[in-house]
Design a protein around this ligand. Sequence first.
Ligand SMILES: Cc1ncc(C[n+]2csc(CCOP(=O)(O)OP(=O)(O)O)c2C)c(N)n1
Ligand SMILES: [Mg+2]
Length: 325
Amino acid sequence: MDLGKDQMLEMYRAMTRIRLFEARVRDLATANEIPGFVHVSIGEEASATGVCAALRPTDRITSTHRGHGHLIAKGGRLDRMMAEIFGKRTGYCKGKGGSMHIVDFALGILGANGIVGGGLPIATGSALAAVVAQRDEVTACFFGDGASNEGTFHESLNLAAVWKLPVVYVCENNGYGEFTPMRTVTSVTDIAVRAQGYGIPGHVIDGNDVLEVYRCASEAIARARAGEGPTLIECKTYRWEGHVVGEQAFLGKASYRSEQEVAEWKTRCPLIRFEKFAAESGKIGVAELEKIRVETAAELEAAVKFARDSPLPDPAEVTDDVFSG
Ligand SMILES: Cc1ncc(C[n+]2csc(CCOP(=O)(O)OP(=O)(O)O)c2C)c(N)n1
Ligand SMILES: [Mg+2]
């Protein structure tokens, strides 16, 4: 792996953008300033960042209901994302999609997706399209541990393996599907072993270590680009926040995970981990990281202002760009 200093700083910038953006979205949703359900990926920034850093701008991704991090890591603009989440006309989908449907084809972002497992066949089709059109493009497909129990996961891996499609399947295993612990509904401990059933490589990695994610994704992407077919990467990670912002309204007093478990995972924060690595490497100064945090905070403030100041969609356009009903 040949990672330059600038590239490492860009990874830190991506993780910082995700962290600050999502903390703000969480707070705005809690204050009822934005409509609809929002799912944040705080604590999981390294998997989105490490994979997208290894992709080219022309490569593509599919995402999930917990998609802000993937979209930001692939280059999504904070202002247009925030406007979309606010339901404003200046948003990525003119305010009609919201948090779970943000798309930017120009950046290779084929969409967040409210349907669990929905991104898997889209990514597989995207990879097939690249082969048919002879475009040198790889598609990375993000999905959760819960999604790996959907039929789409198995159908997609099988077809991609048979046709040696240029796709990398990235399972972000955060141990839960909504309020259900993975171990109670999943036949294996490591999702990656399922790759064997389709004759493709499967890797279990520390999903909170952005450099490890980058290394593993780079190899899988190179393999895909060389026509050798798909890889399954399982990133072990954890979401610090609830499944959905405001989940207490559903749960009441019930809880599905211990405070101790959450606290333990917080000690494995992907950003702090990178900051420690930066200090130990001696190549990246504390001031350089601080500069990125300050710049990102300013970018975020501007994004929130942009979203607040933007107009709502015109009611006359309510059926424009709507493909089903
Ligand atoms: C097909 C489908 N089934 C169920 C749901 C309801 N649902 C939304 S998120 C979720 C859990 C998904 O878990 P996982 O794939 O592990 O992703 P995570 O939320 O942990 O990131 C479920 C069951 C849905 N949106 N779509
Ligand atoms: Mg999960």
